[in-house]
Design a protein around this ligand. Structure first.
Ligand SMILES: *Cc1c(COP(=O)(O)O)cnc(C)c1O
Length: 497
């Protein structure tokens, strides 16, 4: 299978190339030229497998220049017992009312980004061997919280790779900061940046295209790459758990093979839900993909009106990983909706850059409506749902998952659709213990670990080991940089043994 760019269909590259480089040179995103198709027998086969083997079966359809040995080893290493707290990487909980929760947060950083970032490093190493002649890779990540830690955990100790993470000094939660500055491993570096996330992100993007930096790194045999969510290598592992959830529903006889299922996804950068769209296009029996937004409701409005308009207030909410106004991965959906017209996509992205706004024509809107439904829930409702879900069914959820619960309620009320629904749960409630305690009406201690313990005592839910261990972890990284100091630090880090 070959890949092309959303903004230049004349390109044709391998999956190794797409993963090793991350983004296409003209700014477009890599997409598969054709979406592979599955049939009933293929799905039946998947149902009988364990999670790593399911991953291999899905990955092999997209990553055709990887050997089956590479994919099997990568999946086995990523989704094992020692990495994920459960013996099943993505367990499904039956709420016994037509709703099922797909828990994607049992990995090392307690958020769903582990599902992709535990696998990506293995893919990256094989891809680099083929597409970069085995040069040393230096991964740069600008993060607003969850991605940085998940990437650090994923790439920690990986041979031939170094990773540098930059986070805004005052822009991440105390737990997220602690997770990053205590990171173990010799091939990692973590820096706080004076400024906000945009400043860090802008400087990283500048470095990627700085000829001086690139040339000096090349002299040392080092190539820059990225681990952010537009890398195809982060998207394809996410397709796996849609299939796996479906297989589990068949396995528990909650549905019959071939029955449709809806998926509800708490959405920010549109990476998670886009993986569900690819699963549907491959032939997985999916009804609607329900896109859940918090108060930053640019996507919900787009789903309703066909107008993407980022000219609006930015809100800081209790579901910070969804606080985003420009959803990068939407570009890949636009490409499919307009019939793979690279020029139309490039024009819309140009408009977005110029005016922070674009609209799609009626044919595209009709295709969008066929697969998607969007809704939005504010913090007040979100808090109420956390409390109600614990009180009524004894199930504890984090604020991001709560947004999805709320939007699903709206969807059902508006459409009356009785199709079984899988709600994707994207973070452990203990990662946001303070806000969850607040939602439950309990006293909220100033100290984050006191909040974690109080939440566990109040609800009986166990504290994830990775969060408990942080309290005693040693702080290793204390450097604070101005954005303009980043290139020099990166070269220094690259030159260390
Ligand atoms: C990143 C993240 C999201 C948003 O996922 P996208 O793929 O960016 O849409 C939702 N919840 C949590 C907890 C996250 O970390």
């Amino acid at each position: 299978m070959q890949y092309t760019s959303t903004r230049d269909s004349s390109l044709s590259v391998s999956s190794s190339f797409a993963i090793a480089h991350g983004i296409s040179a003209e700014g477009g995103l890599f997409v598969p030229k054709e979406i592979p198709q599955i049939d009933r027998a293929w799905l039946k086969e998947l149902c009988d497998k364990e999670y790593p083997a399911r991953a291999e079966q899905v990955l092999s359809l997209f990553l055709t220049d990887f050997t089956s040995g590479e994919l099997a080893e990568a999946a086995a290493a990523a989704y094992t017992d020692g990495v994920f707290e459960e013996d099943w990487a993505a367990p499904l909980s039956d709420l016994s009312d037509g709703r099922f929760v797909l828990e994607l947060w049992h990995g090392p950083t307690c958020a769903f980004k582990d599902m992709a970032l535990q696998l990506l490093p293995h893919l990256m190493v094989s891809a680099a061997r083929r597409a970069l002649d085995g040069k040393q890779i230096l991964i740069l990540v600008a993060t607003s919280g969850d991605t940085g830690k998940a990437a650090l955990e994923g790439f920690c100790g990986v041979e031939g790779v170094k990773i540098a993470v930059f986070y805004p000094n005052d822009g991440v939660s105390p737990m997220q900061q602690l997770q990053m500055v205590t990171q173990r491993g010799e091939n990692v570096a973590v820096y706080a940046i004076e400024g906000n996330f945009d400043n860090a992100q802008t400087e990283v993007k500048k470095i990627f295209t700085d000829p001086g930096v690139i040339a000096r790194l090349a002299e040392r045999g080092t190539v820059l790459s990225s681990a952010n969510s537009i890398n195809w290598g982060r998207l394809v592992p996410q397709i796996v758990y849609y299939f796996s959830a479906y297989a589990d529903l068949v396995g528990c006889e909650c549905i019959k093979l071939g029955d449709p299922v809806n998926f509800v996804v708490p959405t920010g950068n549109f990476g998670n839900i886009l993986a569900g769209y690819y699963a549907k296009r491959m032939g997985l029996p999916v009804g609607k993909l329900i896109c859940a937004s918090n108060q930053n409701d640019v996507l919900a409005d787009f789903m309703k009106s066909g107008v993407y308009d980022a000219n609006r207030n930015f809100y800081t909410t209790m579901s910070p990983s969804m606080d985003i106004l420009i959803s990068s991965n939407l570009e890949r959906l636009l490409y499919e909706l307009c019939g793979k017209d690279d020029r139309q996509v490039a024009a819309m992205m140009e408009e977005l850059k110029e005016n922070r706004r674009y609209s799609i024509p009626p044919e595209m809107k009709a295709r969008l409506d066929a697969d998607f439904w969007g809704g939005t829930v504010g913090d007040e409702v979100c808090r109420g749902i956390i409390k109600k879900t614990l009180d009524e069914i004894g199930y504890l959820i984090d604020p991001h998952t709560s947004v999805a619960f709320g939007v699903y309620d709206q969807y059902k009320a508006e459409t009356g659709d009785q199709t079984p629904a899988v709600i994707l749960s994207t973070a452990s409630p203990f990662k946001f213990a303070g806000s969850v305690l607040g939602a439950l009406g309990a006293e909220r201690p100033a100290d984050e670990f006191a909040a974690v313990k109080a939440l566990s005592q109040g609800t009986g839910a166990p504290i994830p080991e990775n969060i408990a261990a942080l309290e005693k972890a040693k702080i290793r990284f204390t450097k604070v940089l101005l954005p303009e100091e980043m290139p020099r630090e990166i070269e220094l880090f690259a030159s260390q043994k």
